[in-house]
Structures are given as structure tokens and as C-alpha cells.
Design a protein around this ligand. Structure first.
Ligand SMILES: [Zn+2]
Length: 339
């Protein structure tokens, strides 16, 4: 059944959801950033207006510059604790039941913040929110490909040595064009030997080859963004054969300028072809979006029915690294919304 537009937003909001492609650092809003700057520099003259200008991106590299400057404002583990709480409440308010949240510890460790305290801060904040709300959060450590294989290896070692039980996997983010997936094959093999789950950003700024590399060389089970899969291609066959989940982030791709309009995003095409696609917000603070808004935008653009919306959520659940029993419970709850 197709819903009237006015009803879609309400329906989306009611549905229990999962988010598979969300960066903790990307949850920073201009307001949060300002509070962080003011906390550490009492004489700062930076205004909200100054910061909001930094959230309009001319290119993917422009976005990475703002991302880097945000990280520079974090001075102590307590800042990360507050960000985690902020991010978790944002998820709860959208009825997100489970999130595999990406985090890049290297950025903060490089600034001199102690790794163990950083992870404790995230874990404490998450535990406090989980105790009061029906939500669970797992962490995936993102290897920053721009810093090379040695640093990515260090990040993966951090994930393997996790003392909280919250880190379930590793990924690869950053500049895909200049730091292709195959450079990190050894590091992914090692992470696999540690029992970590594997994902990678692929097909965000580079095309099919990058995705083939991520699937074949890194052996990931999910790819983030996945733009540019063509019909009848070797990549399409691989995606079906390996049952790869494609974590789509349309609002992010529009904000960083890798697509010119939402109409250019392949969500509709991929859904028609029955690829296993999930819908995600990526960096909702930076892109002024939310998961519910991403669902709403796709629902309006592609005239999605209740059944379609539920199918995309079920795809996401199947792509998580949750145990099968948890997947079944969550899927049954989502299916109960089908009238
Ligand atoms: Zn991402």
C-alpha cells in the first residue's frame, strides 16, 4: 500500500530500525562543536555562524578538512564520552534499536589522548544509554587509509585487544582514490584471523574496481556507499554470489558532492535489482541529516510502500553482525508493522 506523504514520516518514525554506517565523529553538529571549543578556549571568538559555514562542502576533500578540524577540538576522553551520549540519544530519538558505529581511534590517539580511556569513555556512555533505552551499540574501528598500512595495522591491533567486548569489527575509510583497498590486504587477513568482522568504504569516490578489490582482496562482507555497480557486470555477480550488503548513504553522497542530486543516487535502481541494500546517515551531524530523514527522502523520491520500507530495514538487519537469534527477534518486531 502506498502511503500519503503526510503519513510516511510518522510511519518511518514508528518503525524500529538499525544503522550500519554511522561514524561517531560524524555525529558532531555545529552546536556540539561550538560547545567543545568554548569548553577548552574560554576566550574564543568563534561563533555558530562561523562553524556552520564549515558544514557546507564544495568537495569530498573539503569535507575531510572540516572532519580533521573537528577532531582537533577534542582534548580529553570526557569530550568523547559526551559525544557518545549525544550520538546515542540521537539514535534513541529515531527508534534505532541497533547500531554498528564506526570510530577512528587513531585520530584521537595521535592527538595524545590515551586509547584505553577513550574506549572506556565510549563504553561507559553507551552503557548508560543502553540501561535506560531499548538500544544496543557495537563498535567498528575504522582504519584511516590515508595514513598507510602501518597505522591501519595499529588500529586493527587496538580492535583485537578490546577489553570492553564492544568492538566487533574493523573497516577502512578515507581517500579511496589514492589509497586503494589492495594496499591493506595483509592487515585485513590478520584482522580476520583475530575473528573480527570486516567492512570497507568502497565505491564512494572510486568505482567498480575499488569495490571488487574490497570484496576479493579484503574479503569484506559489507561495503559502504557502493556507487557505480552496473548491470551484468562482474561486480554485480560478485555481490550476489557473496551476498554483500551495500550500506547506502544518499544524503552523505549529495553533501560531499560525489552526486549532483538525489535523483542521481542508485538507491532506486539497486532496490529494483534486489541487491541487499541498507540505508544509513554516515555523518548526520556534519550533513544535517538523520536516518529517519534518509528514509523519508528515499520514500518520497521512489514512492516506497510500507512493505518496501520494511524490506530495506530487514536487509539492514540481515547485514548486521548480530547473532542469528537477535536478527530473528528484531526482524519479527519490524515485520509486525506490516498491516
Ligand atoms: Zn562513512
Amino acid at each position: 500500500m502506498n502511503l500519503a506523504l503526510s503519513q510516511i514520516s510518522k510511519f518511518i518514525h514508528q518503525l524500529p530500525k538499525v544503522e550500519l554506517h554511522l561514524h561517531l565523529e560524524g555525529c558532531v553538529t555545529p552546536e556540539f562543536w561550538l560547545s567543545l571549543i568554548q569548553k577548552h578556549q574560554e576566550d574564543s571568538h568563534i561563533t555558530l555562524e562561523n562553524l556552520e559555514k564549515r558544514f557546507v562542502f564544495q568537495s569530498f576533500f573539503d569535507f575531510m578538512d572540516t572532519y580533521r578540524d573537528i577532531i582537533f577540538s577534542f582534548q580529553e576522553p570526557e569530550d568523547i564520552y559526551h559525544l557518545t551520549k549525544f550520538a546515542m540519544h540521537h539514535l534513541v530519538s529515531q527508534k534505532i534499536r541497533y547500531c554498528e558505529m564506526m570510530f577512528t581511534p587513531f585520530f584521537f590517539v595521535k592527538r595524545g589522548l590515551p586509547y584505553r580511556e577513550i574506549l572506556n569513555a565510549i563504553d561507559s556512555a553507551a552503557r548508560e544509554v543502553e540501561a535506560d533505552h531499548p538500544i544496543k551499540m557495537s563498535l567498528i574501528f575504522d582504519g584511516p587509509r590515508n595514513f598507510g598500512a602501518e597505522i591501519v595495522a595499529e588500529v586493527f591491533e587496538m580492535a583485537a585487544g578490546d577489553h570492553t567486548g564492544r568492538v566487533i569489527g574493523v573497516g577502512l575509510g578515507g581517500d579511496e582514490l589514492n589509497y586503494p583497498a589492495h594496499l591493506f590486504q595483509k592487515e585485513f587477513e590478520k584482522a580476520h584471523s583475530y575473528g573480527l568482522n570486516l567492512i570497507a568504504h568502497a565505491g564512494e569516490t572510486d568505482g567498480e574496481k575499488s569495490m571488487i578489490d574490497a570484496i576479493q582482496k579484503l574479503k569484506v562482507s559489507r561495503i559502504g556507499h557502493g556507487l557505480g555497480i552496473t548491470k551484468g557486470s562482474r561486480l554485480e555477480a560478485l555481490i550476489r554470489e557473496k551476498n554483500i550488503t551495500i550500506d547506502l548513504c544518499p544524503g552523505s553522497n549529495l553533501a560531499t558532492g560525489v552526486i549532483d542530486s538525489l535523483e542521481d543516487h542508485p538507491f532506486g535502481k539497486y532496490y529494483q535489482k534486489a541487491y541487499t541494500i541498507s540505508l544509513n546517515s554516515d555523518d548526520p551531524g556534519l550533513f544535517k541529516t538523520s536516518l529517519n530523514q534518509e528514509y523519508l527522502k528515499m520514500a518520497e523520491l521512489h514512492k516506497l510502500s510500507e512493505k518496501d520500507l520494511i524490506q530495506v530495514i530487514l536487509n539492514g538487519i540481515s547485514g548486521t553482525f548480530l547473532p542469528d537469534s537477535d536478527k530473528r527477534i528484531l526482524s519479527t518486531e519490524v515485520e509486525s508493522y506490516l498491516s
